[in-house]
Ligand binder design. Structure first.
Ligand code: NAP
Length: 203
């Protein structure tokens, strides 16, 4: 019988993608014995909180640039091309249809983002569609997570990633303030940000 394909699904806005995201995906690849990790940049929310989000095509291209050198990483346009709000449940359903019943899905994202999912409708349905890997930085207060997405649930794991001290919010702030982002993001992403004049004005 063929071995099960273990498919990592790395969900995020990636505005911009940074080394913390790449380390997270690589760590999940290794810790969970994945066969590949597909990065899925979110579609286009008009506003996120009180700030506009960079166009999906720019975020998609930066994700392609950042992951290009890793043979087991790829990038999906599934959410970029799907109209309307981005729901993880739809993405997992579509990826399951593509991958077939023989695949095991592992959804990887930030722990705070995952908390939102569990505030949403029907968390049991979402939980049944994949194994969830919640990435945290050291010192993250797990009690916040525990009440809504118990780590004792068989489909939830928490993974600590020291490199997640890097954050997209801080990178955007640094660009607006004229501070360097070299070594926080891959060189190609830094070049893209400069070339396209992204993040120049404060959020
Ligand atoms: P977010 O709220 O912008 O991010 C929350 C925290 O998680 C931030 O610290 C963020 O750091 C971090 N984070 C985000 N993605 C990460 C990743 N892949 N790896 C490591 N850390 C990550 O979250 P978001 O980007 O909007 O959403 C993340 C994922 O959850 C997306 O796939 C989104 O579609 C999904 N989501 C789904 C629903 C739903 O279906 N209802 C609701 C919320 C989120 P950075 O800012 O540095 O990335």
């Amino acid at each position: 019988m063929a071995a099960t394909h273990r498919l990592g699904v790395m969900g995020g806005t990636f505005d911009p993608i940074h080394h913390g995201h790449l380390v997270t995906a690589e760590e999940a690849f290794w810790q969970f014995g994945l066969d590949e990790v597909v990065f899925v940049p979110t579609g286009q929310p008009w506003m996120k909180g009180d700030r506009p989000v960079t166009p999906a095509e720019d975020r998609y291209l930066m994700t392609v640039i950042a992951t290009a050198s890793n043979p087991h990483f790829s990038v999906s346009r599934i959410e970029v091309e799907r109209p309307g709000p981005t729901y993880t449940v739809d993405t997992l359903e579509a990826l399951r249809a593509q991958a077939g019943p023989g695949a095991d899905l592992f959804f990887i994202t930030g722990a705070d983002a995952m908390l939102e999912i569990f505030q949403w409708k029907d968390p049991d349905d979402v939980l049944s569609r994949a194994h969830f890997i919640a990435a945290t930085r050291p010192g993250y207060d797990l009690a916040r997570f525990e009440t809504r997405a118990p780590t004792s649930h068989p489909n939830v794991s928490v993974m600590q990633v020291p490199a997640l001290a890097i954050s997209s919010t801080d990178i955007r702030r640094r660009v607006a303030a004229g501070e360097p982002i070299r070594y926080l993001v891959p060189e190609g992403v830094q070049t893209y940000v400069e070339k396209m004049h992204l993040y120049r004005s404060p959020a």
